[in-house]
Design a binder for this molecule. Structure first.
Ligand SMILES: [Zn+2]
Length: 338
């Protein structure tokens, strides 16, 4: 190998290593990340799917996240190709459609949807159609997703307040809750033996933070509590899995976003809105969090500004319309059918 060749080889190796640190998995591919433990990065862009994981216990399979109905249908055959053990439990990390609307599919396949009690509280707030009130988010989503229109909302029926433990002596999964973050009912799935943490959308790996249903100040604290587990592998709600650094970076993004918005906290809404580009530039300068900065920044800035006592931006733009943004974020508008 001559020196220019070896330099090129070294550079490509370096590029591969740095890319692989925060980007290991491949979209739509079941990946074994430890014995009997799998990660599946969902097709967010094409179908609005979230990430999934599953753990093959001695007698059954526990799946992390319900996904959309089409997302559940996508991974069930992949699980069945790996094991003939029954899928008994599907853990919704939170109430959003791309993490919980597939519940009925899991039930039809013999599983029980599991979640923190906060998920039910959130569903009562947003899924008004199911609970006897005016059409809620499910009905809204069903307008643009045929998989949702063809299924029905199935709130989780096995609930935990503090934690829930699955342990067959070989594998142990602890379902946990650390407080408000992405929603008011975020659950984590922690595998203490393998030091793997499934975070739902409390931690993502890329510009996917939908913030309207959460609280950024508490989110930072919730991530601090999650960090104490000492996870070595982070399986986020969206984006590729990665090392502990992902949790660190996600938290840093909120800390820095709050710092930037705070500078404008006493200003008028139009001044804050006009400052979004400056805030964006400041955040992009910080290498470890730049990948979290994306098209939702205006809405994120507005949300933090509201939390700090500010008033909504005017006029309302598509990006600021919570409903529309939520739809966009979770892929609803991109998907007409499976
Ligand atoms: Zn979500």
């Amino acid at each position: 190998m001559n020196s220019s060749k070896s330099t090129a080889w070294f550079l490509s190796l370096a590029a591969f290593c740095s890319a692989s640190v925060l980007s290991i998995a491949e979209v739509n591919k079941a990946e074994q990340i430890a014995p009997d433990v799998y990660f599946h990065e969902g097709d967010l862009k094409g179908h609005g799917h979230c990430n999934n994981g599953w753990i093959v216990f001695e007698d059954y399979v526990l799946v992390v996240d319900g996904n959309f109905p089409s997302g559940a249908q996508e991974i069930i055959p992949k699980i069945k190709a790996i094991t003939d053990k029954p899928i008994r439990f599907a853990f919704d990390t939170h109430h959003h459609g791309d993490h919980a609307y597939g519940n009925q599919i899991w039930v039809d396949n013999g599983a029980v949807p599991v979640a923190h009690t906060g998920v039910i509280e959130e569903m009562k707030k947003y899924e008004t159609g199911y609970y006897g009130g005016k059409p809620g988010r499910w009905e809204e989503t069903a307008k643009s997703r045929t998989d949702v229109a063809a299924s029905k909302l199935k709130p989780p029926t096995l609930l935990y307040n503090k934690d829930m433990i699955f342990d067959d002596g070989k594998h142990r999964v602890e379902l946990l809750h650390f407080g408000v973050a992405h929603t008011h009912g975020d659950g984590f799935a922690w595998l203490p033996k393998e030091k793997i943490l499934f975070t739902g959308d409390a931690c993502v790996n890329g510009p996917y933070n939908y913030m309207a249903d959460g609280d950024s100040e508490q989110w930072v604290k919730t991530l601090a509590a999650a960090k104490k587990l000492g996870a070595q592998t982070i399986c986020p709600g969206h984006g590729p899995m990665g090392p502990a650094q992902v949790l660190e970076d996600q938290q840093a993004f909120f800390v820095e976003l709050r710092k930037e918005v705070k500078k404008y906290a006493v200003r008028k809404p139009e001044e804050v809105k006009a400052a979004v580009d400056d805030i964006k530039a400041a955040l992009l300068k910080q290498k470890s969090i730049a990948r979290y900065v994306g098209e939702f920044l205006t809405a994120q800035v507005e949300k933090v500004y509201l939390e700090m006592g500010g008033k909504p931006f005017q006029p309302k733009t598509a990006a600021l319309n919570g409903h529309k943004q939520h739809a966009h974020e979770h892929g609803r508008e991109w998907v007409q059918d499976k």
